[in-house]
Design a protein around this ligand. Structure first.
Ligand SMILES: [Zn+2]
Length: 168
């Protein structure tokens, strides 16, 4: 890790310390086979102990999590992303896509409200730590080229969604 990456890792660890662990029934609460399977995979692990192998096998996990589980497990995916800070590394990439709302997400009330409500558990310090992670990606020319406006417009859009999280 570069010194900048270690700094953001510290911000993330500090900001997300003490987020309550969701009960197994509130990890991926959607009533389908895939979400039940995902809940069963994540439930045995605290966020600190979530193995890289699980993150690599469950690259789409974040978008299926309850707001409580999203706030709980996100730091594991971000810290993993800092250890694998490569724009096309799949778990890193999918976590970024889950975080960054697109213009069409904002235009779709239902999608936008789902993304807003997912941010309800986040404190100001936590959203700032996420923002610091996204700024690190934005500062990297390879990330900027690959993600384009989804990154450069998505980051301020995410902050806006966080401010609007209770209006969803
Ligand atoms: Zn489902």
């Amino acid at each position: 890790m570069t010194p900048e990456q270690s700094h953001v890792a510290d911000l993330i660890r500090t900001a997300f310390t003490g987020v309550p662990r969701p009960p197994a029934g509130n990890i991926a609460p959607h009533a389908c086979k895939d979400c039940a399977a995902l809940s069963a995979v994540l439930a045995p692990y605290t966020v600190e102990a979530l193995p890289d192998a699980v993150i690599e096998a469950e690259i789409n996990a974040l978008c299926h999590l309850s707001p409580e589980a999203f706030a709980y497990y996100l730091p594991a995916y971000l810290l993993y992303g800092l250890r694998h800070f490569i724009y096309h590394h799949l778990p890193t990439e999918m976590a970024l896509y889950t975080l960054l709302p697109r213009a069409e997400d904002e235009a779709n009330e239902e999608v936008a409200d789902r993304m807003r409500s997912r941010l309800r558990g986040f404190t100001a310090g936590q959203i700032q730590a996420v923002d610091a992670y996204l700024r690190l990606a934005e500062a990297d020319p390879a990330f900027r080229r690959y993600y384009g406006t989804q990154l450069t417009d998505g980051r301020p859009r995410l902050l806006r969604f966080w401010e609007e999280r209770w209006s969803a």
